[in-house]
Design a protein around this ligand. Structure first.
Ligand code: ACM
Length: 668
């Protein structure tokens, strides 16, 4: 009897969780979630009790939690002693490490909330889940009764920010650390040096930051503060010093390190450049030894990233001294020369207690197997490295600077089920990093290039591989995106500000209607469209536009549903959107006419209205049951073709569904 009841109850819970779990707004989805019956209502009596060894991380996370909870609910907590709605228990505090215990369990019923973990880091992760569970009915806020057991699939879940091509003030990094913590990522990789700048204070060789930074660099004090800020949120800071290529800034300050005599000038354009360090020069290693000694002290993480990507061999080829050196050391090609250099650098890092991370190109059989290879050129390199015994992380497919759609990144699994790797080889794949290269972003729009898409990458790296429902991901992404604003992220709000600057007015509705239908050119097409330099304006409509905006996706879904089922509700919504778009151009004209910087988007706006008008006509034709007139079809197709062409580095996203509507008029 007892057994039977338990079984029924279990099936009940299972069915309930199957039905209801998709409507939770958790991102990343935890490993194991059971939604139960019941709610814990939040009142002004809400309080937290912590049991475990003292942890500054937990103490401060508790305060942040209370702030965010009161901020969202408007509840004035009374902070009465002895009121403990949330009971937190953990066993130990830990040092951040590439592999650490981040697991936690969270149980909520109508009488209380119980968050347990082995480590204080697990508690931080669990508190983020709890905040994401916050729900409400018409009158009250509550946490739904759940039982969650959670831990990440991959230990290394990061974001690279390039602070060279465009310098990012510390507050930009801090707010992004907060966002990383909110989606349970744990690495901020800082690309600190490149041809266009050297962004960290170096006391041993001060010309590096003084001569080669345009004054835009982090002082060591600022960096220590950032490291502490990130540590308190369970985020490691991995610094990258890209060598021996991508080094013009070093060589401007210290030309004696270069393969060919200088002088060198700071680089103002983009792409891999010729200047490289000289691996045959003993002074280079002496320099790097002192340099890394200082940096190893500043950055507590066990890993230092040495870049190693895109080393241009033009200078090495041109140097007689280097050729002689290669002959003497039996280095048969430049890859071997780079490996020689890397091994020397690896030994320096080892002396200072650090391990090496580098891009694909540092892979070489002579390298020790404790290094980490970051794969940017393709999964082929990821798997090759794992097969050869190296630890690896994936960035190929996570290049968020390329403005590709969220689902593209989301479905990019570092270790898909069908990949032919042994269990040991699979285990060497530690995770991945989204990469925010900064050639065409500024502190104003960087958040909109990172978020919310990176939350989907965070889910890919944390959640079980079976979690891959794209529609549900997009549904939750919208919720999480709004929550990120509470942490100070500017990915949504800065768009209006940028539009006001373009319009020179607070009246931006027509401009907003236009920007919501477009996205910046994908992949490297923007780089190809014109030459960008460090002085190029990043204030145009294309910079205010965001990748994968929600409205065109919703429009496409509505059109698909309407064409499949003839759904009336979808039709009404389609007509509403099309009418708004059709009428938009005439409202935008006066704004464009008063602001020359907007002239480039006039054809785009014309196309939006023209395409919307055709779509409305197509709907009418469809409803009439008549075949469309041949002339109408030809003209419609011409307008569609015109609208498909990029304009002002922007792509109009509603064209494809409209084309489907037109085609459907001919299918009688
Ligand atoms: C890279 O994108 N060159 C690592």
């Amino acid at each position: 009897m007892f057994k039977k009841t338990t079984k029924v109850l279990f099936i009940g819970i299972f069915v309930l969780s199957m039905m209801a779990a998709p409507h939770l707004n958790l991102m990343p989805v935890p490993k194991d979630v059971k939604l139960l019956q019941g709610k814990f209502f939040i009142s002004s009596d809400f309080g937290i009790k912590v049991k475990g060894p003292y942890s500054t991380r937990v103490a401060l996370a508790k305060k942040r939690f209370m702030h965010r909870l009161s901020g969202r609910t408007g509840i004035f907590f009374l902070l009465k002693p002895g009121n403990f709605s949330l009971k937190i228990t953990y066993s130990k505090t830990i040092k951040l490490a590439p592999v650490m215990d981040e697991s936690y369990t969270l149980k909520i019923d109508s009488s209380g909330i119980y968050l347990q973990a082995n480590t204080d880091i697990g508690i931080l992760r669990g508190l983020e889940t709890l905040l994401q569970l916050l729900s409400n009915d018409k009158k009250h806020y509550y946490f739904p009764a759940v039982e969650i057991k959670d831990e990440p699939r991959f230990p290394w879940r990061g974001l690279l920010i390039d602070v060279v091509r465009h310098f990012m003030p510390i507050e930009v990094l801090k707010r992004n650390v907060d966002a990383l913590a909110a989606v349970k990522m744990n690495v901020l990789h800082l690309h600190l040096t490149d041809d266009q700048g050297f962004r960290i204070e170096c006391k041993t060789f001060p010309r590096l930051h003084l001569i080669a930074s345009d004054g835009n660099y982090y002082t060591q004090e600022q960096m220590r503060d950032l490291i502490r800020y990130a540590d308190l949120r369970g985020i490691r800071i991995v610094p990258e010093f890209d060598i021996p290529g991508h080094t013009t800034s070093w060589l401007v300050a210290y030309p004696e390190l270069a393969a060919l005599p200088g002088p060198y000038e700071m680089v103002k354009i983009y792409g891999a450049k010729n200047p490289v360090m000289d691996p045959s020069n003993k002074r280079v290693y002496k320099f790097l030894k002192k340099f890394f000694k200082e940096m190893a002290k500043l950055f507590p993480d066990p890993y230092i990233h040495i870049g190693g990507d895109e080393v241009n061999d033009v200078q090495w080829k041109a140097s007689k001294r280097i050729k002689k050196f290669m002959k003497k050391h039996k280095l048969k090609d430049f890859h071997q020369l780079q490996a020689y250099f890397n091994i020397k650098v690896m030994k320096i890092l080892k002396k200072y207690g650090k391990k090496m991370v580098g891009w694909d190109e540092i892979l070489h059989p002579d390298m020790p197997r404790n290094i980490v290879i970051q794969s940017w050129r393709g999964k082929k390199f990821l798997y090759e490295a794992a097969k050869k015994g190296f630890y690896t992380i994936l960035s190929n497919g996570y290049y968020i600077d390329l403005c590709q759609p969220t689902d593209f990144h989301y479905l990019n699994d570092p270790v898909p089920e069908d990949v032919k790797l042994s269990p040991e080889e699979r285990n060497r794949i530690l995770g991945g990093e989204a990469t925010m290269w900064a050639e065409i972003i500024s502190p104003e729009n960087i958040d909109s290039r990172i978020w919310p898409r990176t939350a989907a990458i965070a889910e890919r790296l944390w959640s079980p591989s079976s979690v891959k429902d794209v529609e549900d991901m997009y549904r939750r992404l919208e919720v999480i995106s709004l929550q990120l604003e509470e942490l100070g992220l500017t990915h949504i709000k800065n768009q209006d500000m940028m539009l006001r600057r373009l319009a020179k007015s607070g009246e931006i509705i027509p401009l907003k209607v236009l920007v919501q239908t477009v996205e910046p050119l994908r992949y490297y097409k923007r780089h190809e469209a014109r030459t960008y330099t460090i002085f190029s304006p990043l204030t145009r409509l294309v910079d205010a536009a965001v990748p994968d905006p929600p409205l065109p996706r919703k429009f496409r879904k509505l059109v698909e549903k309407y064409l499949e089922t003839g759904d009336k509700d979808s039709e009404e919504k389609i007509v509403e959107l099309l009418t708004m778009w059709k009428n938009n151009h005439s409202s935008l004209i006066p704004i464009i006419e008063s602001s020359p910087v907007l002239r480039e988007v006039q054809p785009l706006s014309e196309n939006l209205s023209a395409v919307a008008a055709i779509a409305l006509e197509a709907l009418e034709i469809k409803k009439s049951g008549e075949k469309p007139d041949e002339n109408w079809l030809t003209l419609a197709q011409q307008k569609i073709e015109r609208a498909k062409k990029p304009c002002a580095e922007l792509e109009l996203l509603i064209v494809e569904p409209v084309e489907k509507l037109i085609v459907s008029t001919t299918n009688k």
